[in-house]
Structures are given as structure tokens and as C-alpha cells.
Design a protein around this ligand. Sequence first.
Ligand code: TRP
Length: 458
Amino acid sequence: MSGEGQVQAQASVARAHWSSRWGFFLVTVGSAVGLGNIWKFPYMTGSNGGSAFVLVYLACILIIGVPLLMAETLLGRRGQASPVGTMRALVAEAGAQRFWVVIGYVGIIGSFLILAFYSVVAGWVLEYTWQAAGGFAAASKEVFAQAFADLLANPARLIFWHSLFMAMTAVVVLGGVTAGIERANKIMMPGLFAILLFLVGYGAYAADLPAAWRFLFHFDASALNRGVLFAAMGHAFFTLSLGMGAIITYGSYLDRDTSIPKICLQVAVADTVVALLAGLSIFSVVFAQGLAPEAGPGLLLQTLPLAFSQMPGGQAIGFLFFVLVVFAAWTSSISLLEPSVTLLVERFAMGRRQAVLCVTLAIWLLGVAVAFSFNDWKGFSLFGLGLFDLLDTATTKFLMPLAGLLIALFTAWVMRRADVAEEIGLRGAAFVFWYRVLAFVSPVAILIIFLHVLGVLG
Ligand code: TRP
């Protein structure tokens, strides 16, 4: 459908818009579904006691994630600018304190920091895609674990793939909102779902699904502790791309007559389904092969190649699988680069090209440091964490929930209720329900988890 977006009431200069609601759906699922679902969710689950983590994660998606996803989209669409510009406009509209613009800055800084380590991990995936194309030679699990350790020990290889991935991301963002970002998602996301369906169908025959099911869904309260709560909440933010300006930015390219709540709900469902499917298939292999669920960040790359090396047709299937992971990572990294790019374009009147180059270069540099943190600079640590863990922890566990808290409070308590109601497009009881959840339930949930972590609630 064309002709939408022409009735923009905003006084802003002509801002690019997605070509349809389908376009917005795809880019937002593209942002949400990423390494967080396929790489991070399984290893976090494995390291945090399985089902206890899954349960808290699902609860956080429902009572914090979904309401916030709607709120962030709403902010972006109303502000029609970069995260910082959006917050400025909304602060002016509400006659609020300038303090709230901090939401925009935290988002920009956060997405910048995330992309630096995200790209290095995506680089691992590129390396494995390359290897998968040639087929993994059958070997013991120790050999596959060693292969992953060897990759981490090799800065040149890490930096090579990280550089390639940053270049891939930059190329799409250079193309602009519709011709670059939307088009790339329209090609990759349907491809991703087709591959996923095929792999799940295949996997249902091949591995130890019951053990995986038990591990993920047979709730065991004894595994529940502070660390699990904190990790699961952080991951709910990470997987839905919340708090870091990405959704505000994508919302700012959304036209007026699309219903925000419905699409956001669909995005959250799609994201959760992909994570659970990835978890089921990976743990099927983990248990069938007698591997350790708590292997950490290497879990995906140590287990699946082992399975692919043994199954019939493993070469083609393994290659398809890694292509899927590359697509997922790529459509997410695009959404991590775009917020900083639109900020530079807006603030310094830079061309898109120049802005993409600046941001890409800066993130690439930090990524190089991340690559070295696995080998030559392993000794460097802060609060007992190396650079990789430091960036992950600072963003996922602190910046995202903090930004989420501020976004919930700003939308529900600072903006005028009538403006919020008009923008979200919910009426009657549905509006009141969402609004109350955002005003009370989500902030309180975030605070409770923070207080638990600080030990205040024991
Ligand atoms: N959600 C993506 C994933 O699960 C990662 C991601 C993309 C992200 N954009 C983001 C995380 C913005 C936080 C903020 O892999």
C-alpha cells in the first residue's frame, strides 16, 4: 500500500518511512530475533539452571517486555527523530524536565557498546559458516571444544571476521531506511523463517527432544536465585532490543495509521518462539551427546558442529543453519548501528554516508579491543570481568533495565495521558490495562529485581 505516511501531522522535515506495516513488522522482528535468541538464550539458560531461567525470562517478556516495546515504538513515532531528538521533542511537548532526554543518550551509548561485542560474536558465526560450507569432519567433543578455544586465541582471525561483519552492517545502513534496511530485512527474514521451519522439522526426528523439554520446562524452584533473576530480566531486554534506542528509531520511521499494540505483540511472540525453538534444538543435541549445558558463550559453536559432523546430510544442514544465524545477527546489527547514524545526521547535519563511516569506524575499533580481550589482553579486567563480559554486563544487566525503567516512567507519568492514548491507539479497558501495567507493574518489577540484586530484599 502506498499513500500512507502522507498525513504526517508532525512538523518535522520529511522523514523516511517504512513502505507498509509489513515492512515495519519485518524490520522489528529482524532487530529482535538475533544472536540473542540463537546464541545467547541457550547458553544463558544452560548456565542459569534451565527452567528457572526460562520461567523468569518468559514472565519478564510478558510484564516488562511487551508493554515497553509498545511504549518505545510510541515514543519514536511521536517524536519522528533520532532517540535524542525524539526525547527532546517529547520533553517539550509534555513541558517536562530536560533530564528525560537522558533516555536518548543512554540508548545511543548502549547500542554503540552492544554492537562492539555483538559484531565479534557474529564474526565467530561467519567463521563457522565458512567451515560449515566445507563440512565439519567427524571428531570427538573435545576436538570441537578445542577448535572454538583456538579461534578465541587467534586475534587475527577474530578481527578479520569482525571487520567483515561490520562492513556488511555498514553497507546495508548506507542504503538508507527503505532501500537499505527494509529491503535487506525483506530478503533475509522470510529466508530465516523458511530455514528455521525446515530445521525444526528435521530436528524433531533426529535428537533427544524429551531431555531438552525437561531441562527447559520442568520448573525447579531450587535453581532460582538472585543471579538467575537478574540475568533473565536483562536477557528479556536484550532479546526484544529494548531500552537502547533501536525501537525508538524504528518507530520513528513508522507511519501514523499502523496499530502499534498488535504488531508489538506479534513481534514479541515471534521472538520468543524462535528462542524456545533454538533452545530446544540445541539442548536436544547437548543431552544426546552428553555435553555440559553450562559451557557458556561457546555452547552453540561447540555443540552443533559436533551434531552436524555426524548426521546424514549434515554438511548442507549445518551450512543452512549458520546462514540462518548470520541473517539473524545481521538484521539485528543493522538496528544497533542506525540509532547513532540518525543522531549524527540530525545533530551535525552530516550526510548518511559520512555518519555511517564515523560510527562504523568507532565501533569497529572497540570491537578490535574486544577481540584482543580473548587472548593477548586477557589479563585486563574490571570488577573481575574482561572487556567482553564487562560490555555485556554493563549493557544487558544495567543500562537496558535502567533505560526501560525510565521509558516506562516517562510514558506513563510524564507524558500527557491524552497524547499517549492518541499515539498508542488503544481504547477503553485495553488502554487502561496497558497504561496501568506500564505505570505500576513494569517499573515495580524492574525495581524489585534491582533491589534483590543489591541484596536489599534478601
Ligand atoms: N535483539 C537482538 C538479539 O536478540 C540484539 C539487539 C538488536 C539489541 N538491537 C538491539 C539489543 C538493541 C539491545 C538493544 O540478538
